[in-house]
Write a protein that binds this ligand. Structure first.
Ligand code: GTP
Ligand code: MG
Length: 454
């Protein structure tokens, strides 16, 4: 049966801003406390039904006049351990994420990886809201468990409100320098041009109701019903992570955003060399919290999953699959599925004889983000591919260099550079810029190119 699914809402931001704890508060669980070192280990996906939000946010629903006006069934939240994960949520022409929550620490503003997330959100055209978290850290703030922000702010002493306004003002300034108009959500006049900022505390739960309601409003206004309509056909999704699991072999964690995936299905996905065909042996999903007896007993096996959902696939032939690759279940012609996946992957890569830099990244998702970002920065790309820099990359960069020295460079994102390639690059006068933050790699390249010209 076709129907409207919940929007997929990805939660992004700098390390330690409170993404996991915020989601945890939303679910009313203690998942964050079970994670080693409190760092997100897996792509966690959790469904929050609208009914629960309405019960939780009660009086605020009325104050914002939203009662009876929400038609999304809820949210599917995806927690991410970093911006690379957001990149891998790719699909042709955009992101699997329908909306994003950019979490920042209200006391420190936008930090390095927050900025990176913001760049990626904008490059992929995903509507977003900002959670200004750690509200309870505002000096003099009087907290009350789970109170909506709008009610809480009315009860504060003037100096706490002044502090809050100062921090939010700083964040607004910071965003405005990046060309983004933003304001405290209750002061936003036009959601089409201004990004709402919702002060939250993942510790006290204050502002969480506001965040959910604002996110619902933004989702309904900026995500089309067509995009949220699921079909009954074969599954379509994206690979987030591939790893070896003891006793299971190679497993792939994927997000299915359309259709149905069944045990026994043949799927087509992709690796470095092109399309890969695999067979689904098992489907594993996290257990609902009430069925979980102890923290070890976290998963269950199912026969089928329906979009939108996060699922772990145990399969034959998944070795070598690269994150960010599309995954489609085959119904009918295998050849056609292989061709479609092949074309999609080819569209992410670049192979040309034009002058421009060489781009290398660890996954299809990060590569696509990188190419998008380079285009926006008006840097031409001669060649773009997944994997560490190789002999061929140095040769291509050296060819580009002959026409314009500024293009004799390899930009390597999230990949290691083999020592022999490093040496070869040096002797051919090819510059290798490496890093884990995309905009910094690009900035460093531009600085180098400008110095050449000077
Ligand atoms: P990564 O997954 O590592 O990127 O971090 P994260 O963004 O998921 O942050 P996490 O939820 O793990 O929280 C990091 C730390 O900040 C923990 O010690 C939390 O207790 C603390 N923290 C998170 N939210 C709040 C908040 O609203 N107020 C206060 N005071 N502390 C918070
Ligand atoms: Mg986390």
């Amino acid at each position: 049966m076709a129907g409207i699914r919940s929007p997929i809402a990805v939660v992004v931001g700098h390390v330690d801003v409170g993404k996991t704890l915020l989601l945890d508060k939303i679910r009313g669980t203690a998942v964050a406390y079970r994670e080693p070192g409190m760092i997100t280990q897996h792509i966690g996906m959790s469904f929050v039904p609208w009914g629960a939000v309405e019960r939780f946010a009660g009086p605020l629903v009325d104050r914002l006049r939203l009662r009876g006006r929400i038609w999304i069934p809820g949210f599917l939240f995806i927690d991410t351990p970093g911006h690379a994960a957001f990149s891998n949520l790719r699909k042709r022409g955009g992101s699997v994420a329908d909306v994003a929550v950019l979490v920042v620490d209200i006391t420190s503003g936008l930090e390095e990886q927050g900025l990176e997330s913001l760049n990626l959100i904008r490059a992929r055209g995903v509507p977003f809201v900002i959670a200004a978290n750690k509200l309870d850290r505002i000096y003099g703030w009087q907290s009350e468990e789970n109170r909506p922000f709008l009610f809480a702010v009315e009860r504060q002493e003037w100096h706490a409100v002044a502090q809050l306004e100062e921090q939010i003002g700083r964040l607004i300034d910071q965003l405005s320098r990046l060309g983004i108009e933003a304001d405290r959500y209750d002061r936003v006049r036009d959601f089409a041009t201004q990004v709402p900022i919702v002060p939250t505390s993942a510790v006290t739960g204050e502002g969480v109701a506001d965040l959910l309601l604002v996110l619902a409003g933004v989702s309904q206004r900026f995500v089309s019903k067509e995009r949220l309509t699921v079909r009954d056909g074969p599954a379509r999704g994206v690979v987030m992570e591939v790893k070896e699991e003891r006793g299971l072999g190679t497993v792939a964690d994927v997000i299915i955003y359309d259709g149905v995936l069944r045990r026994g299905d043949t799927v087509v996905t992709a690796g470095l060399q092109g399309p890969i065909t695999a067979k689904v042996k098992m489907l594993i999903v996290p257990k609902p919290l009430d069925e979980m007896r102890d923290p070890e007993d976290r998963y269950k096996y199912v026969d089928e999953v329906r979009a939108a959902v996060g699922v772990r696939i145990v399969g034959e032939g998944l070795e070598g699959v690269v994150p960010g690759a599309p995954i489609v279940a085959v119904e009918g012609s295998l050849e056609e599925a292989v061709k479609a996946v092949g074309e999609e992957i080819a569209a992410v890569k670049i192979e040309s004889d034009k002058e421009g830099v060489v781009a290398k990244a660890d996954t299809f998702g990060t590569l696509e983000s990188m190419v998008l970002f380079l285009r926006q920065s008006n840097i031409p790309v001669r060649r773009a591919d997944v994997g560490p820099p190789s002999h061929k990359d140095v040769v291509e960069a050296a060819l580009s260099r002959r026409r314009d020295p500024a293009y004799g460079a390899i930009l390597a994102f999230n990949v290691r550079v083999p020592p022999e390639v490093e040496k070869e690059a040096q002797s051919s006068g090819v510059k290798i810029v490496r890093g884990e933050i995309l905009y910094k790699v690009v900035d460093e390249y531009l600085r180098w190119a400008n110095e050449l010209k000077a």
